[in-house]
Design a protein around this ligand. Sequence first.
Ligand code: ADP
Length: 404
Amino acid sequence: MADTTGAVLVFNAGSSSLKYQLVQPDDGTVLAEGIAERIGDAGSSITHEQNGESVTETLVLDDHLAAVQRAEQFFADNGTDLASAGLTAVGHRVVHGGRSFHEPTLVTPHVISEIKRISTLAPLHNPANLVGILAAQDLLPDVPSVAVFDTAFFHGLPDAAATYAIDREVAVEHAIRRYGFHGTSHEYVSGRVAEFLGRDPADLNQIVLHLGNGASASAIAGGHPIDTSMGMTPLEGLVMGTRSGDIDPGLVLHLNRIADLSVDEIDTLLNKRAGLKGLCGENDFRTITELMDSGDAAARRAFDVYIHRLRRYLGAYTFALGRLDAITFTAGVGENSARVRSEALAGLEGFGIRVDPGRNEVRDKAARRISADDSAVEVLVVPTNEELAIARQSAAVVASLSAR
Ligand code: ADP
């Protein structure tokens, strides 16, 4: 059995899912990983991978604690007693840090109550993250828990990029600003870009496109984000799998007043029944591309709307940066869809952006360049690894505590 000493157990708890990974923060070795899905539902399941084997089990998981307990059992069956495995930390992804948190933070009772308070800003996400934290603390009371916030990287956004043009008093009273999300991924990937190019991050102006089921773009100058597409919530910005991204806020008022939809109904409409799914009934790009190729007009429109929005952000961020050195695609769609990448950057040779079609088609799990040799702007595909980033940040928090 692989040595678990010093490893970090990373939890990413969603409203009905729990992803976990046991990872060595130094070299990124993944010792085990798993995912519990449809928690609280009749058909819950859990998949655990360890020692080269993958086991999937369908069972009733009433809540996140049950999922954590089942995961612990899987570890034990594979010869890993988590409580005595020498873990450095349990690292938790927490979606919203509000105004309180902009660094990875050791979880204390005060931190728990603060995350609870911030839940009003992220009612779909923070409560689930908290349940994950409490379940892990219940299971491993002697291992420090660290919260890593999805908003943290964007804490220092320039005021002009972070501010909504609404009544200032209302904004201040209700903590309304643009927070940005997927920060762990944008920070990790932009750092990897600098490494890959052998450049000092301080000298690099880049755009990172995190295109997964959720999607966001960021403009990063000298290692610091100067703009990002998600806002007070992860609903703003790019067209996503099931979220609308940017809309006219007047649309919400209209749906409420004229279509008689309640706020909760509009919430569901924009978060779960919009984006690609709302436009063509599908949110997986593999299916959408197949449908498009078979002549499906709704799938074609969904694709076109997605690309149009992406290009709008690319243009805006290029101007915001003033000089652009690199564009990087990451996450499920960004890493896998050559078609999205080529259409997003088609016809931009006049701006020094030239994708090499052959390089773009290569499938590889490693970071790679897909721009042509004569492209002034580097175009890259860099796999994100939020778990590793969370593990490293968590280990660093614990190390700084013991150094005191
Ligand atoms: P999230 O973490 O936001 O749930 P991911 O980053 O895992 O999402 O991305 C999931 C999405 O990636 C899928 O919905 C699908 O659209 C896309 N995807 C995954 N594999 C491929 C592929 N081979 N080709 C095209 N798209 C893909």
